[in-house]
Design a protein around this ligand. Structure first.
Ligand SMILES: [Fe+2]
Length: 391
């Protein structure tokens, strides 16, 4: 079976996919010119056998494992300190979305002289960077969700303002991705579900974002088809390698597609994550149907296309929406943000910040701060009927 799950892909970057491919980590580092990589991982993975094995395989490598969920400037600075002190020449970013983002940003910042926030994804700020000062990255995802392994940006929390900032540079794209489904086998069911729905929302919001981008649309549709088929299997049996392999591919597809744009789900989820430190994928999973309801009038045709591709019983918005609710229930996703510890106390701030989030421009219809606040309040209360249907 495993030979059919193996492949070398060259877009959007070089991807070595297949069970057991982690054995080629040292070869990957050598092929991008790394002799002394810094392995950056999540706090929770330090001591895991897969990290110990990777360090044993990489001569001259050191470990930096102080990355937490929703990584902040302080994590990046600590990682940069370790990178420079160790005289490293590249980064192996190994873990979930937080470790991948932090690792990519450390590699990006390793040869820059300006402060991090100068490289926020605004206009052409990325041109301020010295491309010669960007170290290479080999990315090894251990969750199937963010797709950060094929992204050109990292999301870093500004702890002073409670805002998540996107740090962008085209050269932040990892040189090689090792996409090994065996590394995701130990993921608990709840994390598998939350990260998998994040990948689904990437595909869905990208497909519904306005603009002419048939390449992204095609990738997004196939990504949704794979998640519809394989996420329940990966949740039912974490050792289902075929399901895990397809979920890893779908996660990379989501991030490939969302170069087209995201939308209201992510626009609201970002400030919620910043203020309440909630899990990003879980936050999206809860918010999705509320934003769908708001956008309903603008996404009917596209929802029917998705329903057809997913081979749902009804090829309509309603058929698709019912499946989304059913999938959330099946995967034990709470129906309200209150169910994951979010209150409406900061509703006005969440609405304002969502309205200026970079994702909001991809929403299928324009949405302002007051409308975003109402959607957020409805999601906190678990009251779909309180969403005003886009009018
Ligand atoms: Fe996301």
């Amino acid at each position: 079976m495993s030979s059919t799950l193996r492949g070398n892909w060259n877009y959007p970057t070089t991807i070595w996919a297949g069970p057991g491919r982690i054995a080629e980590l040292a070869k990957a580092c050598a092929s991008v010119g790394m002799a002394r990589p810094l392995l950056i991982t999540d706090e929770g993975l330090i001591g895991a056998p897969m990290i110990k094995n990777a360090l044993a395989a990489l001569k001259g490598a050191a470990l930096f494992g102080a990355v937490r969920g929703n990584p902040a400037l302080s994590h990046v600075e600590a990682g940069l300190g370790a990178y420079r002190a160790g005289g490293h020449d590249g980064v192996v970013a190994f873990g979930g979305g937080s470790a991948l983002d932090a690792g990519k940003v450390v590699a990006f910042m390793s040869g820059q002289t300006r402060p991090l926030w100068d490289f926020e994804d605004i206009g052409d700020w990325w041109t301020r960077a010295d491309p010669a000062g960007i170290a290479p990255v080999v990315a090894v995802p251990t969750t199937a969700g963010t797709g950060s392994e094929v992204g050109r940006a990292g999301v870093i929390l500004n702890e002073e303002t409670h805002q998540k900032k996107i740090i962008f540079h085209p050269q932040m794209m990892p040189r090689i991705v090792i996409s090994d489904p065996e590394l995701t086998v130990g993921l608990p069911r709840a994390v598998t579900a939350a990260t998998g729905i994040d990948a689904f929302v990437h595909c869905f919001e990208a497909f519904c974002a306005p603009g002419f981008h048939p390449l992204a649309d095609g990738v997004a549709l196939e990504g949704m088809r794979l998640i519809h088929r394989y996420l329940p299997r990966a949740c039912a049996d974490g050792a289902d390698i075929e399901a895990r392999a397809h979920m890893l591919a779908a996660a990379s597809m989501g991030a490939t597609a969302f170069q087209k744009g995201l939308g209201g789900v992510h626009a609201i989820a970002h400030p919620v994550g910043s203020w309440f430190n909630t899990h990003h994928g879980l936050t999206n999973a809860v918010i999705l149907p509320y934003v769908m309801t708001f956008n309903r009038g603008a996404i009917a045709d596209k929802s029917a296309v998705i329903a057809r591709v997913l081979d749902l019983p009804a090829h309509s918005y309603e058929g698709f929406f019912d499946w989304v609710l059913e999938m959330r229930r099946h995967l034990d996703i709470p129906h309200s943000l209150a169910g994951i510890g979010v209150s409406a106390d900061q509703a006005a701030i969440i609405g304002r910040e969502a309205a200026i989030d970079p994702s909001v421009g991809g929403n299928p219809i324009p949405v302002d701060a007051a409308q975003l606040e109402r959607i957020f309040r409805a999601a906190v209360a678990g009251d779909l009927a309180a969403v005003d249907g886009g009018r």
